[in-house]
Design a protein around this ligand. Structure first.
Ligand SMILES: Nc1nc2c(c(=O)[nH]1)N[C@H]1C(S)=C(S)[C@@H](COP(=O)(O)O)O[C@H]1N2
Ligand SMILES: [Mo]
Length: 374
């Protein structure tokens, strides 16, 4: 990185902002990523997703503060709080060598994904990161089960919440209930797609919380608090909660806390799309949080809903790939896709209104212009 400005934080982590005002480390070329304009947040281009796994070079980045540079040699991960008998501390080496490793393929999606489209749906833009459709990605995460790191501290019978905390400037943190912390696929990841975790995605260690909003998957872990009392922090009281007339405050929280993500889908074409009037395959993804995607349907203009073929395993916590064949007529078209999960939840006609513009899930009319075939 050239001409960088660095700030030392109390943890020994350093954060850097480059001369273009970017707070991220990896290159984010426009050929594969969409710049939201915040200097920190970049989405993947939906038409540049080659496989089930999102290559790390284009995996979306959502960071509330610049990527901290953490020295793994001196880094420790501490487990403490009222819910443990004896605090413990692990080194980077401990995580690599003292524990069994698991690898899980899991999708991470930001609760604010598609916020720009949500704004168009309600006729007024939302504040917050200006996501189009790219705040979602799937990787193979390798590391240690969270519960394997908690158990040695001795969990008290009254322990109820587990709160991972990041080493970034804002100390990002958000509690999980004990049962989610104990899940087989709640993992402290050290590697992503077979490579050591890159700085922007949480080096040296990040949490991966399957099927939940991305904000639960805390990056740059430094501390894990286990508590016998409920914990209230910004990310479960004023951010990442549903705020609005339909949602009464819940204690210190301005509304219900967002946890698992509802079913939604994505077409792997630019928005708007331009196609030739010739037979072709239209591809996309659907994701249902902790549920399985059961069905994906598409509709061209006012035509009937038809089934798309699901081309990958339907696993909770992982998106599926779908496709269908289309021989479009020249002209302007609206392509609609609607996914349904195994609990019979279907994408609705309207997203659930909320002040911060989270959870856009309504069926989108994807604009497609078809040019005559040559
Ligand atoms: N420490 C820390 N962890 C964090 C964040 C953050 O700003 N700081 N952002 C969260 C949010 S809102 C999302 S959507 C995911 C994004 O993960 P990614 O940047 O690896 O795609 O990380 C989560 N973990
Ligand atoms: Mo997010």
């Amino acid at each position: 990185m050239t001409a960088s400005r660095s700030a030392q934080t109390t943890t020994g982590a350093t954060s850097a902002i480059d001369h273009d005002g970017r707070g991220v480390v990896k290159p984010t070329p426009a050929e594969v990523m969409e710049d939201t304009g915040s200097g920190l947040d970049y989405g993947v281009r939906p038409d540049r997703m080659p496989g089930l796994l999102t290559p790390t070079d284009r995996f979306y980045i959502r960071s509330h503060a610049p990527t901290p540079r953490v020295d793994a040699a001196t880094w420790t991960l501490r487990v403490e709080g009222s819910g443990v008998h004896e605090p413990v501390s692990y080194s980077y080496d401990d995580l690599w060598n003292r524990f069994p490793h698991v690898s899980v393929v899991r999708t991470i999606e930001c609760a604010g994904n598609r916020r720009v489209l949500f704004g168009e749906e309600v006729g007024r833009p939302f504040a917050g990161t200006q996501w189009a459709r790219g705040a979602i990605g799937t990787a193979e995460w390798t590391g240690v089960r969270l519960r394997d790191l908690l158990e040695p501290a001795g969990i008290t019978p009254k322990a109820r919440e587990v709160m991972p905390e990041g080493l970034d400037e804002i100390r990002a943190r958000r509690p999980l209930p004990l049962d989610k912390a104990w899940a087989d696929d709640t993992v402290v990841a050290l590697a992503m797609n077979g490579e050591v975790l890159p700085p922007d995605h949480g080096f040296p260690a990040r949490l991966v919380v399957s099927g939940w909003l991305g904000a639960a998957s805390i990056k740059w872990l430094g501390r894990i608090e286990v508590s016998e009392e409920p914990l209230y922090v910004p990310w479960n009281t004023v951010d990442y909660v549903l705020i609005g007339p339909d949602f009464p405050a819940e204690g210190p929280a301005r509304g219900p806390v967002i946890t698992e993500l509802p079913v939604a889908s994505l077409v792997e074409l630019p928005w708007p799309a331009r196609l030739r009037a010739e037979p072709q395959v239209i591809r996309g993804r659907a994701f249902a949080g902790e549920n399985r995607v059961a069905r994906v349907e598409y509709r061209i203009d006012d035509g009937p809903w038809q089934d798309a073929a699901i081309e990958s395993p339907t696993t909770p916590g992982v998106w599926v790939r779908w496709q269908f064949r289309w021989d479009p007529e020249p002209g302007e078209h609206a392509l609609r896709v609607r996914a349904t999960d195994d609990k019979r939840n279907t994408q609705p006609e309207f997203s659930t209104r909320n002040e911060l513009g989270y959870l856009q899930t309504s069926v989108l009319a994807h604009p497609v212009r078809v040019e005559p075939a040559r």
